[in-house]
Design a binder for this molecule. Structure first.
Ligand code: SF4
Length: 575
Protein backbone atom coordinates (compact mmCIF):
# COMPACT_ATOMS: atom_id res chain seq x y z
CA UNK A 1 0.00 0.00 0.00
CA UNK A 2 1.36 3.44 -0.92
CA UNK A 3 1.67 5.76 2.03
CA UNK A 4 -0.44 8.90 2.05
CA UNK A 5 -1.08 12.03 4.07
CA UNK A 6 -4.66 12.59 5.18
CA UNK A 7 -5.61 16.18 5.87
CA UNK A 8 -8.81 17.02 7.75
CA UNK A 9 -10.14 20.55 7.70
CA UNK A 10 -12.42 21.01 10.72
CA UNK A 11 -13.52 24.47 9.59
CA UNK A 12 -15.46 23.20 6.59
CA UNK A 13 -15.52 19.53 7.64
CA UNK A 14 -13.74 18.23 4.56
CA UNK A 15 -10.78 15.94 4.06
CA UNK A 16 -8.22 15.31 1.34
CA UNK A 17 -5.77 12.55 0.57
CA UNK A 18 -2.36 13.80 -0.51
CA UNK A 19 0.81 12.19 -1.79
CA UNK A 20 3.71 12.26 0.62
CA UNK A 21 5.99 15.17 -0.34
CA UNK A 22 9.54 14.06 -1.06
CA UNK A 23 10.91 16.12 1.85
CA UNK A 24 8.71 14.17 4.29
CA UNK A 25 9.25 10.71 2.85
CA UNK A 26 12.25 9.82 5.05
CA UNK A 27 10.54 10.91 8.25
CA UNK A 28 8.22 9.20 10.69
CA UNK A 29 7.02 9.68 14.26
CA UNK A 30 8.42 12.76 15.98
CA UNK A 31 10.64 13.66 13.01
CA UNK A 32 7.55 13.90 10.84
CA UNK A 33 5.22 15.63 13.33
CA UNK A 34 7.86 18.26 14.13
CA UNK A 35 8.71 18.76 10.43
CA UNK A 36 5.04 19.32 9.56
CA UNK A 37 4.28 21.53 12.58
CA UNK A 38 7.36 23.66 11.87
CA UNK A 39 6.39 23.98 8.18
CA UNK A 40 2.66 24.61 8.59
CA UNK A 41 1.86 26.09 12.01
CA UNK A 42 2.39 29.79 12.64
CA UNK A 43 4.72 29.74 15.68
CA UNK A 44 3.02 32.75 17.31
CA UNK A 45 -0.51 31.38 16.91
CA UNK A 46 -2.77 30.70 19.87
CA UNK A 47 -2.42 26.98 20.63
CA UNK A 48 -6.19 26.62 21.05
CA UNK A 49 -7.07 28.73 18.01
CA UNK A 50 -7.81 27.72 14.41
CA UNK A 51 -4.22 28.19 13.22
CA UNK A 52 -2.77 25.42 15.35
CA UNK A 53 -2.77 21.87 13.95
CA UNK A 54 -2.63 18.39 15.39
CA UNK A 55 -0.36 16.02 13.50
CA UNK A 56 -0.51 12.29 14.23
CA UNK A 57 2.13 9.97 12.80
CA UNK A 58 3.25 6.37 13.31
CA UNK A 59 6.98 5.69 13.41
CA UNK A 60 9.06 4.46 10.48
CA UNK A 61 8.86 0.87 11.74
CA UNK A 62 5.33 0.92 13.19
CA UNK A 63 2.95 -1.67 11.80
CA UNK A 64 5.78 -4.12 11.15
CA UNK A 65 6.71 -7.03 13.42
CA UNK A 66 9.81 -5.17 14.64
CA UNK A 67 9.91 -5.50 18.43
CA UNK A 68 8.61 -2.52 20.46
CA UNK A 69 7.82 -0.44 17.37
CA UNK A 70 4.25 0.63 18.18
CA UNK A 71 4.62 4.19 19.46
CA UNK A 72 2.35 6.84 17.99
CA UNK A 73 3.58 10.44 17.84
CA UNK A 74 1.22 13.36 18.27
CA UNK A 75 2.49 16.88 17.58
CA UNK A 76 1.32 20.48 17.61
CA UNK A 77 1.94 23.74 19.43
CA UNK A 78 1.50 23.16 23.16
CA UNK A 79 -1.03 25.17 25.17
CA UNK A 80 1.02 24.42 28.29
CA UNK A 81 4.48 25.46 27.11
CA UNK A 82 3.82 27.54 23.99
CA UNK A 83 6.60 25.52 22.32
CA UNK A 84 6.46 22.87 19.66
CA UNK A 85 5.38 19.56 21.19
CA UNK A 86 5.55 15.88 20.45
CA UNK A 87 4.14 13.32 22.87
CA UNK A 88 4.11 9.62 22.04
CA UNK A 89 2.29 6.63 23.44
CA UNK A 90 1.73 2.92 22.93
CA UNK A 91 -1.63 1.33 22.28
CA UNK A 92 -2.65 0.12 18.84
CA UNK A 93 -2.88 3.54 17.14
CA UNK A 94 0.53 3.51 15.46
CA UNK A 95 0.31 -0.05 14.18
CA UNK A 96 -3.19 0.41 12.74
CA UNK A 97 -2.41 3.77 11.19
CA UNK A 98 0.70 2.40 9.48
CA UNK A 99 -1.27 -0.62 8.23
CA UNK A 100 -3.91 1.74 6.84
CA UNK A 101 -1.11 3.37 4.83
CA UNK A 102 -1.44 6.70 6.62
CA UNK A 103 1.94 8.34 7.08
CA UNK A 104 0.40 11.32 8.86
CA UNK A 105 -3.04 12.60 9.78
CA UNK A 106 -3.13 16.41 9.88
CA UNK A 107 -6.12 18.01 11.62
CA UNK A 108 -6.48 21.73 11.05
CA UNK A 109 -9.00 24.56 11.36
CA UNK A 110 -11.87 24.72 13.83
CA UNK A 111 -15.61 24.26 13.37
CA UNK A 112 -18.16 26.93 14.13
CA UNK A 113 -20.97 26.08 16.55
CA UNK A 114 -21.12 23.67 19.45
CA UNK A 115 -21.15 20.31 17.70
CA UNK A 116 -18.43 17.70 18.31
CA UNK A 117 -17.12 15.22 15.76
CA UNK A 118 -15.41 11.90 15.28
CA UNK A 119 -12.97 10.91 12.55
CA UNK A 120 -13.08 7.36 11.16
CA UNK A 121 -9.83 6.55 9.35
CA UNK A 122 -9.55 3.63 6.90
CA UNK A 123 -7.20 2.93 3.99
CA UNK A 124 -9.73 4.73 1.78
CA UNK A 125 -9.63 8.00 3.73
CA UNK A 126 -11.54 9.59 6.57
CA UNK A 127 -15.23 10.00 7.41
CA UNK A 128 -16.20 12.93 9.62
CA UNK A 129 -19.35 12.40 11.72
CA UNK A 130 -21.10 14.35 14.42
CA UNK A 131 -20.61 12.82 17.89
CA UNK A 132 -22.83 13.10 20.95
CA UNK A 133 -22.95 9.81 22.85
CA UNK A 134 -19.45 9.87 24.35
CA UNK A 135 -19.37 13.58 25.23
CA UNK A 136 -18.74 14.30 28.90
CA UNK A 137 -18.09 10.61 29.59
CA UNK A 138 -14.93 9.38 31.27
CA UNK A 139 -12.46 7.67 28.94
CA UNK A 140 -13.20 4.15 30.18
CA UNK A 141 -16.94 4.48 29.60
CA UNK A 142 -16.34 6.17 26.25
CA UNK A 143 -14.11 3.29 25.13
CA UNK A 144 -16.71 0.75 26.26
CA UNK A 145 -19.39 2.55 24.22
CA UNK A 146 -17.14 2.74 21.16
CA UNK A 147 -16.08 -0.89 21.40
CA UNK A 148 -19.75 -1.86 21.15
CA UNK A 149 -20.52 0.65 18.42
CA UNK A 150 -17.54 0.33 16.06
CA UNK A 151 -17.25 -2.67 13.80
CA UNK A 152 -14.10 -4.68 13.11
CA UNK A 153 -10.71 -4.08 14.68
CA UNK A 154 -10.28 -0.46 15.59
CA UNK A 155 -7.68 1.70 17.25
CA UNK A 156 -9.22 4.47 19.34
CA UNK A 157 -7.56 7.81 20.07
CA UNK A 158 -9.60 10.23 22.14
CA UNK A 159 -9.71 13.34 24.22
CA UNK A 160 -11.27 12.94 27.66
CA UNK A 161 -13.28 15.33 29.84
CA UNK A 162 -10.14 17.40 30.58
CA UNK A 163 -9.56 17.89 26.85
CA UNK A 164 -13.22 18.77 26.30
CA UNK A 165 -12.69 21.50 28.92
CA UNK A 166 -9.44 22.51 27.17
CA UNK A 167 -7.29 22.17 30.27
CA UNK A 168 -3.61 22.71 29.52
CA UNK A 169 -2.65 19.41 31.17
CA UNK A 170 -5.13 17.37 29.08
CA UNK A 171 -3.56 14.45 27.27
CA UNK A 172 -4.50 12.48 24.20
CA UNK A 173 -5.52 8.99 25.29
CA UNK A 174 -4.93 5.87 23.21
CA UNK A 175 -6.72 2.59 23.86
CA UNK A 176 -4.41 -0.35 24.50
CA UNK A 177 -5.22 -3.91 23.33
CA UNK A 178 -6.95 -4.72 26.65
CA UNK A 179 -9.19 -1.65 26.90
CA UNK A 180 -6.65 0.11 29.13
CA UNK A 181 -5.34 3.57 28.36
CA UNK A 182 -1.96 4.83 27.25
CA UNK A 183 -1.38 8.53 27.20
CA UNK A 184 0.37 11.01 24.95
CA UNK A 185 0.76 12.77 28.20
CA UNK A 186 2.75 15.90 28.19
CA UNK A 187 1.97 19.38 27.00
CA UNK A 188 -1.81 19.53 26.73
CA UNK A 189 -2.34 18.19 23.22
CA UNK A 190 -5.71 16.79 24.39
CA UNK A 191 -6.85 20.39 24.77
CA UNK A 192 -5.78 21.11 21.18
CA UNK A 193 -7.80 18.11 19.95
CA UNK A 194 -10.68 19.41 22.11
CA UNK A 195 -10.34 22.89 20.62
CA UNK A 196 -10.95 21.33 17.20
CA UNK A 197 -13.99 19.55 18.65
CA UNK A 198 -12.67 16.14 17.73
CA UNK A 199 -13.87 13.75 20.44
CA UNK A 200 -12.27 10.64 19.02
CA UNK A 201 -10.45 9.15 16.06
CA UNK A 202 -10.96 5.51 15.14
CA UNK A 203 -8.61 3.68 12.81
CA UNK A 204 -9.58 0.53 10.97
CA UNK A 205 -6.73 -0.77 8.78
CA UNK A 206 -8.96 -3.46 7.23
CA UNK A 207 -6.57 -5.90 5.54
CA UNK A 208 -3.79 -3.34 5.13
CA UNK A 209 -0.21 -4.45 5.63
CA UNK A 210 3.07 -2.57 5.80
CA UNK A 211 5.32 -3.47 2.87
CA UNK A 212 8.82 -4.70 3.68
CA UNK A 213 11.29 -4.21 0.82
CA UNK A 214 13.72 -6.93 1.94
CA UNK A 215 11.79 -9.38 4.14
CA UNK A 216 14.62 -11.83 4.86
CA UNK A 217 17.02 -9.08 5.97
CA UNK A 218 14.23 -7.61 8.07
CA UNK A 219 13.56 -10.89 9.81
CA UNK A 220 17.23 -11.42 10.55
CA UNK A 221 17.69 -7.89 11.93
CA UNK A 222 14.59 -8.18 14.10
CA UNK A 223 15.85 -11.41 15.63
CA UNK A 224 19.13 -9.76 16.56
CA UNK A 225 17.34 -6.65 17.84
CA UNK A 226 14.83 -8.52 20.01
CA UNK A 227 17.62 -10.71 21.40
CA UNK A 228 19.58 -7.63 22.52
CA UNK A 229 16.48 -6.13 24.16
CA UNK A 230 15.64 -9.30 26.04
CA UNK A 231 19.20 -9.80 27.30
CA UNK A 232 19.75 -6.38 28.93
CA UNK A 233 19.55 -6.37 32.75
CA UNK A 234 17.66 -3.05 32.91
CA UNK A 235 15.00 -4.20 30.47
CA UNK A 236 14.70 -7.43 32.46
CA UNK A 237 14.13 -5.40 35.65
CA UNK A 238 11.51 -3.33 33.82
CA UNK A 239 9.67 -6.54 32.98
CA UNK A 240 9.81 -7.69 36.61
CA UNK A 241 8.95 -4.50 38.52
CA UNK A 242 7.82 -2.05 35.83
CA UNK A 243 9.38 1.40 35.62
CA UNK A 244 8.53 1.70 39.31
CA UNK A 245 11.70 -0.28 40.00
CA UNK A 246 13.16 3.24 40.10
CA UNK A 247 11.56 4.43 43.37
CA UNK A 248 14.12 2.72 45.61
CA UNK A 249 17.00 3.38 43.19
CA UNK A 250 16.33 7.12 42.85
CA UNK A 251 15.59 7.42 46.58
CA UNK A 252 18.95 5.82 47.31
CA UNK A 253 20.65 8.34 45.00
CA UNK A 254 19.14 11.24 46.98
CA UNK A 255 17.42 12.56 43.85
CA UNK A 256 13.80 11.52 44.54
CA UNK A 257 11.97 14.87 44.68
CA UNK A 258 9.87 14.82 47.83
CA UNK A 259 7.34 17.24 49.38
CA UNK A 260 7.29 19.62 46.43
CA UNK A 261 11.03 19.33 45.75
CA UNK A 262 12.22 20.16 49.27
CA UNK A 263 13.93 16.81 49.97
CA UNK A 264 15.73 14.19 47.89
CA UNK A 265 14.52 11.16 49.82
CA UNK A 266 11.05 9.97 50.87
CA UNK A 267 10.53 8.16 54.17
CA UNK A 268 7.63 6.21 52.61
CA UNK A 269 9.61 4.96 49.63
CA UNK A 270 9.31 1.27 50.48
CA UNK A 271 5.52 1.43 50.60
CA UNK A 272 5.32 2.78 47.05
CA UNK A 273 8.28 0.92 45.51
CA UNK A 274 8.28 -1.39 42.51
CA UNK A 275 9.07 -4.32 44.79
CA UNK A 276 6.01 -3.64 47.00
CA UNK A 277 3.92 -3.03 43.91
CA UNK A 278 4.94 -6.37 42.33
CA UNK A 279 4.16 -8.26 45.57
CA UNK A 280 0.77 -6.53 45.87
CA UNK A 281 -0.09 -7.28 42.25
CA UNK A 282 0.79 -10.96 42.72
CA UNK A 283 -1.19 -11.23 45.97
CA UNK A 284 -4.28 -9.67 44.40
CA UNK A 285 -4.18 -11.65 41.16
CA UNK A 286 -3.19 -8.77 38.88
CA UNK A 287 -0.62 -8.95 36.10
CA UNK A 288 3.03 -8.17 36.77
CA UNK A 289 3.92 -8.20 33.06
CA UNK A 290 1.79 -6.60 30.41
CA UNK A 291 2.47 -4.81 27.15
CA UNK A 292 1.02 -1.60 25.83
CA UNK A 293 1.03 -2.90 22.26
CA UNK A 294 1.51 -6.23 20.54
CA UNK A 295 5.16 -7.01 19.77
CA UNK A 296 6.71 -5.49 22.90
CA UNK A 297 9.33 -7.89 24.29
CA UNK A 298 10.07 -5.84 27.42
CA UNK A 299 6.56 -5.61 28.92
CA UNK A 300 7.10 -2.91 31.53
CA UNK A 301 3.37 -2.40 31.97
CA UNK A 302 1.19 -4.20 34.54
CA UNK A 303 -2.37 -4.52 35.81
CA UNK A 304 -2.83 -3.37 39.42
CA UNK A 305 -5.92 -4.67 41.25
CA UNK A 306 -7.65 -3.28 44.31
CA UNK A 307 -7.91 -5.24 47.57
CA UNK A 308 -11.01 -7.05 46.23
CA UNK A 309 -9.13 -8.21 43.17
CA UNK A 310 -10.80 -5.85 40.71
CA UNK A 311 -8.68 -3.99 38.17
CA UNK A 312 -7.82 -0.53 39.45
CA UNK A 313 -5.27 0.70 36.93
CA UNK A 314 -2.74 -0.45 34.35
CA UNK A 315 0.42 1.04 32.93
CA UNK A 316 1.23 2.23 36.44
CA UNK A 317 4.44 4.17 35.79
CA UNK A 318 7.25 5.30 38.06
CA UNK A 319 6.81 8.97 37.18
CA UNK A 320 3.08 8.87 38.03
CA UNK A 321 3.73 6.97 41.27
CA UNK A 322 6.54 9.36 42.25
CA UNK A 323 4.44 12.45 41.48
CA UNK A 324 1.35 11.51 43.51
CA UNK A 325 3.57 9.55 45.95
CA UNK A 326 6.84 11.14 47.07
CA UNK A 327 6.18 14.62 45.68
CA UNK A 328 2.78 14.78 47.43
CA UNK A 329 4.02 12.61 50.37
CA UNK A 330 1.30 9.99 49.76
CA UNK A 331 2.68 6.64 50.95
CA UNK A 332 -0.40 4.55 50.15
CA UNK A 333 -0.10 2.74 46.82
CA UNK A 334 -3.87 2.15 46.61
CA UNK A 335 -4.55 5.89 46.85
CA UNK A 336 -1.95 6.54 44.16
CA UNK A 337 -3.47 3.82 41.95
CA UNK A 338 -6.94 5.30 42.45
CA UNK A 339 -5.60 8.75 41.48
CA UNK A 340 -3.91 7.21 38.42
CA UNK A 341 -7.17 5.63 37.34
CA UNK A 342 -9.09 8.89 37.73
CA UNK A 343 -6.47 10.79 35.73
CA UNK A 344 -6.61 8.15 32.95
CA UNK A 345 -10.38 8.46 33.00
CA UNK A 346 -10.28 12.27 32.79
CA UNK A 347 -7.52 12.17 30.16
CA UNK A 348 -5.14 14.38 32.09
CA UNK A 349 -1.37 14.11 32.42
CA UNK A 350 -0.54 12.32 35.67
CA UNK A 351 2.86 14.01 35.97
CA UNK A 352 1.67 17.58 35.39
CA UNK A 353 -1.46 17.20 37.52
CA UNK A 354 0.29 15.56 40.47
CA UNK A 355 3.21 18.03 40.45
CA UNK A 356 0.53 20.77 40.40
CA UNK A 357 -1.20 19.01 43.32
CA UNK A 358 2.06 19.12 45.35
CA UNK A 359 2.29 22.89 44.75
CA UNK A 360 -1.38 23.15 45.85
CA UNK A 361 -0.38 21.24 49.00
CA UNK A 362 2.37 23.74 49.66
CA UNK A 363 -0.25 26.49 49.22
CA UNK A 364 -2.41 24.84 51.90
CA UNK A 365 -5.23 23.81 49.55
CA UNK A 366 -4.90 20.29 51.00
CA UNK A 367 -2.45 18.56 53.37
CA UNK A 368 0.70 16.82 52.15
CA UNK A 369 0.05 13.07 52.32
CA UNK A 370 -3.72 13.30 51.95
CA UNK A 371 -4.26 10.87 49.08
CA UNK A 372 -8.02 10.64 49.65
CA UNK A 373 -8.45 14.40 49.33
CA UNK A 374 -6.23 14.41 46.23
CA UNK A 375 -8.55 11.80 44.68
CA UNK A 376 -11.60 13.86 45.65
CA UNK A 377 -10.11 16.96 44.02
CA UNK A 378 -9.35 15.01 40.86
CA UNK A 379 -12.86 13.57 40.69
CA UNK A 380 -14.99 16.42 42.02
CA UNK A 381 -13.04 19.55 41.10
CA UNK A 382 -11.04 18.76 37.95
CA UNK A 383 -13.64 16.26 36.73
CA UNK A 384 -16.44 18.78 37.10
CA UNK A 385 -14.44 21.78 35.94
CA UNK A 386 -14.86 23.85 39.12
CA UNK A 387 -12.64 26.95 39.46
CA UNK A 388 -10.14 25.02 41.66
CA UNK A 389 -10.26 22.10 39.25
CA UNK A 390 -9.43 24.34 36.32
CA UNK A 391 -6.55 25.97 38.22
CA UNK A 392 -4.98 22.56 38.90
CA UNK A 393 -5.96 21.17 35.51
CA UNK A 394 -4.06 23.98 33.85
CA UNK A 395 -0.85 22.72 35.39
CA UNK A 396 1.87 23.42 37.90
CA UNK A 397 2.56 26.99 36.78
CA UNK A 398 -1.12 27.85 37.00
CA UNK A 399 -1.31 26.68 40.64
CA UNK A 400 1.90 28.51 41.57
CA UNK A 401 0.71 31.78 40.03
CA UNK A 402 -2.77 31.54 41.56
CA UNK A 403 -1.54 30.96 45.11
CA UNK A 404 1.64 33.08 45.04
CA UNK A 405 4.02 30.16 45.53
CA UNK A 406 7.67 30.63 44.50
CA UNK A 407 8.77 26.98 44.65
CA UNK A 408 7.18 26.06 41.34
CA UNK A 409 9.07 23.24 39.60
CA UNK A 410 8.59 23.98 35.90
CA UNK A 411 10.65 24.72 32.81
CA UNK A 412 8.83 26.54 30.02
CA UNK A 413 5.77 26.14 32.26
CA UNK A 414 5.87 22.33 32.18
CA UNK A 415 6.10 20.47 35.49
CA UNK A 416 9.49 18.92 36.27
CA UNK A 417 9.29 15.13 36.53
CA UNK A 418 10.68 12.54 38.89
CA UNK A 419 14.41 13.26 39.14
CA UNK A 420 15.80 16.22 41.09
CA UNK A 421 18.23 18.19 38.91
CA UNK A 422 20.35 19.23 41.91
CA UNK A 423 21.28 15.64 42.80
CA UNK A 424 21.19 14.28 39.22
CA UNK A 425 22.72 17.11 37.27
CA UNK A 426 22.62 15.67 33.78
CA UNK A 427 18.83 15.57 33.80
CA UNK A 428 18.84 19.26 34.80
CA UNK A 429 20.55 20.07 31.51
CA UNK A 430 17.86 18.07 29.69
CA UNK A 431 15.05 19.90 31.52
CA UNK A 432 16.61 23.29 30.79
CA UNK A 433 17.45 22.80 27.12
CA UNK A 434 14.70 20.49 25.88
CA UNK A 435 12.71 22.05 23.06
CA UNK A 436 9.52 20.96 24.84
CA UNK A 437 9.80 22.07 28.47
CA UNK A 438 10.90 19.88 31.38
CA UNK A 439 10.71 16.30 30.14
CA UNK A 440 12.91 13.41 31.27
CA UNK A 441 12.17 11.39 28.13
CA UNK A 442 13.85 13.97 25.88
CA UNK A 443 17.33 12.94 27.03
CA UNK A 444 17.23 10.36 29.78
CA UNK A 445 20.57 10.92 31.50
CA UNK A 446 19.39 8.76 34.41
CA UNK A 447 20.62 5.85 32.28
CA UNK A 448 24.25 6.95 32.62
CA UNK A 449 24.06 9.11 35.78
CA UNK A 450 22.36 6.47 37.92
CA UNK A 451 22.02 3.13 36.11
CA UNK A 452 25.54 3.12 34.62
CA UNK A 453 24.17 2.29 31.19
CA UNK A 454 26.32 3.55 28.29
CA UNK A 455 29.15 4.42 30.72
CA UNK A 456 29.14 6.33 33.98
CA UNK A 457 28.89 10.06 34.64
CA UNK A 458 28.85 11.10 38.32
CA UNK A 459 25.39 12.63 38.96
CA UNK A 460 26.70 15.08 41.56
CA UNK A 461 29.40 16.84 39.52
CA UNK A 462 29.04 19.07 36.50
CA UNK A 463 31.66 17.33 34.40
CA UNK A 464 30.39 15.64 31.26
CA UNK A 465 26.70 16.44 31.85
CA UNK A 466 26.15 18.82 28.94
CA UNK A 467 27.73 16.41 26.51
CA UNK A 468 25.76 13.49 27.97
CA UNK A 469 22.44 15.32 27.67
CA UNK A 470 23.28 16.48 24.14
CA UNK A 471 24.16 12.99 22.91
CA UNK A 472 21.07 11.50 24.48
CA UNK A 473 18.73 14.22 23.20
CA UNK A 474 20.05 13.72 19.67
CA UNK A 475 19.71 9.92 19.90
CA UNK A 476 16.23 10.20 21.44
CA UNK A 477 14.93 12.46 18.68
CA UNK A 478 16.03 9.82 16.16
CA UNK A 479 14.55 6.90 18.15
CA UNK A 480 11.27 8.83 18.51
CA UNK A 481 11.06 8.82 14.73
CA UNK A 482 11.21 5.05 14.41
CA UNK A 483 8.12 4.27 16.50
CA UNK A 484 10.36 2.47 18.97
CA UNK A 485 9.63 2.62 22.68
CA UNK A 486 12.36 4.62 24.42
CA UNK A 487 13.24 1.66 26.61
CA UNK A 488 15.15 0.12 23.74
CA UNK A 489 17.78 2.76 24.55
CA UNK A 490 19.28 0.73 27.40
CA UNK A 491 20.25 -2.11 25.09
CA UNK A 492 21.16 0.34 22.32
CA UNK A 493 23.64 2.11 24.62
CA UNK A 494 25.27 -1.04 25.97
CA UNK A 495 24.99 -3.80 23.37
CA UNK A 496 27.08 -3.20 20.28
CA UNK A 497 24.75 -5.29 18.12
CA UNK A 498 21.52 -3.50 19.09
CA UNK A 499 21.78 -0.15 17.31
CA UNK A 500 23.15 -1.64 14.06
CA UNK A 501 20.24 -4.11 14.12
CA UNK A 502 17.79 -1.20 14.47
CA UNK A 503 19.39 0.57 11.51
CA UNK A 504 19.27 -2.70 9.53
CA UNK A 505 15.54 -2.91 10.26
CA UNK A 506 14.95 0.54 8.75
CA UNK A 507 17.18 -0.25 5.77
CA UNK A 508 15.40 -3.54 5.09
CA UNK A 509 11.96 -1.94 5.46
CA UNK A 510 12.66 0.77 2.86
CA UNK A 511 15.55 -0.77 0.89
CA UNK A 512 17.87 2.09 1.78
CA UNK A 513 21.35 2.30 3.18
CA UNK A 514 21.45 4.43 6.32
CA UNK A 515 24.44 4.29 8.64
CA UNK A 516 25.06 5.48 12.20
CA UNK A 517 26.02 9.00 11.07
CA UNK A 518 22.73 9.37 9.20
CA UNK A 519 20.86 8.52 12.40
CA UNK A 520 22.83 11.12 14.37
CA UNK A 521 22.20 13.71 11.65
CA UNK A 522 18.48 12.93 11.76
CA UNK A 523 18.44 13.55 15.51
CA UNK A 524 20.29 16.86 15.09
CA UNK A 525 17.95 17.96 12.31
CA UNK A 526 14.88 17.29 14.52
CA UNK A 527 16.25 19.22 17.50
CA UNK A 528 17.23 22.17 15.31
CA UNK A 529 13.87 22.18 13.53
CA UNK A 530 12.07 22.24 16.87
CA UNK A 531 14.32 24.94 18.29
CA UNK A 532 13.85 27.09 15.21
CA UNK A 533 10.07 26.87 15.69
CA UNK A 534 10.47 27.95 19.33
CA UNK A 535 12.73 30.85 18.34
CA UNK A 536 10.10 32.05 15.88
CA UNK A 537 7.51 31.70 18.68
CA UNK A 538 9.59 34.10 20.79
CA UNK A 539 11.66 31.77 22.97
CA UNK A 540 15.30 32.65 23.72
CA UNK A 541 18.10 31.07 25.74
CA UNK A 542 16.67 32.89 28.80
CA UNK A 543 13.86 30.33 28.69
CA UNK A 544 16.43 27.52 28.94
CA UNK A 545 16.76 27.92 32.70
CA UNK A 546 15.63 26.09 35.79
CA UNK A 547 13.53 27.93 38.41
CA UNK A 548 15.48 30.10 40.86
CA UNK A 549 14.97 27.85 43.88
CA UNK A 550 17.09 25.09 42.35
CA UNK A 551 20.07 27.49 42.46
CA UNK A 552 19.33 28.83 45.98
CA UNK A 553 17.88 25.98 48.04
CA UNK A 554 20.15 23.05 48.73
CA UNK A 555 18.64 19.60 48.55
CA UNK A 556 19.15 17.10 51.37
CA UNK A 557 20.70 14.57 51.84
CA UNK A 558 23.59 15.68 49.59
CA UNK A 559 22.91 19.38 50.26
CA UNK A 560 23.56 20.33 46.65
CA UNK A 561 22.25 23.05 44.36
CA UNK A 562 22.02 23.25 40.57
CA UNK A 563 25.18 25.19 39.81
CA UNK A 564 25.55 25.44 36.04
CA UNK A 565 26.26 28.91 34.64
CA UNK A 566 24.07 30.27 31.84
CA UNK A 567 27.03 29.93 29.49
CA UNK A 568 27.50 26.28 30.38
CA UNK A 569 23.81 25.55 29.76
CA UNK A 570 23.85 27.42 26.44
CA UNK A 571 26.86 25.39 25.27
CA UNK A 572 24.39 22.51 24.85
CA UNK A 573 23.46 23.96 21.46
CA UNK A 574 27.05 23.96 20.15
CA UNK A 575 26.58 21.36 17.47
S1 SF4 B 1 8.44 -1.51 27.31
FE1 SF4 B 1 6.62 -0.69 28.30
S2 SF4 B 1 6.26 1.32 27.32
FE2 SF4 B 1 7.70 0.17 26.04
S3 SF4 B 1 6.42 -0.83 24.50
FE3 SF4 B 1 6.66 -2.28 26.20
S4 SF4 B 1 4.94 -1.99 27.60
FE4 SF4 B 1 5.04 -0.21 26.20
Amino acid sequence: MTDKIIRVNMTDLTSTIEDVPEAWAGHGGRGLTSTIVAAEVEPTCHPLGPKNKIVIAPGLLSGTVAANSGRLSIGGKSPLTGTIKEANAGGTGAQFMAKAGVKALIIEGMPEGDAWYSLAVTPEGVTISEETETLGKGNFEAIEILEKRLEGKQAIILTGPAGEMKMAAANVSVKDPNGGIRSSGRGGLGAVLGSKRVKFISINPKDGKVAIARPEDFKKANKEFAKALAAHPVTQALGQYGTNVLVNIINESGGLPTKNFTQGQFAGHDAISGETMADTITERGGKVKHNCHPGCVIQCSQVYNDAEGNKLTSGFEYESIWAMGADCCVDNLDHIAEADRIMDDLGIDSIETSVAMAVAMEAGVLEFGDGEEACRILREEIGKGTPLGRIIGNGTGSVGATFGITRVPTVKNQGIPAYDPRAIKGIGITYATSTQGADHTMGYTIATNILNVGGQVDPLTKEGQVELSRNLQIATAAIDSTGMCLFIAFAALDDEKCLPALIDLINARFDINLNGDDVVNLGKYILKTEREFNTRAGFTSVDDRLPEFFYNESLPPHNVVFDFTDKEIDSFWNF
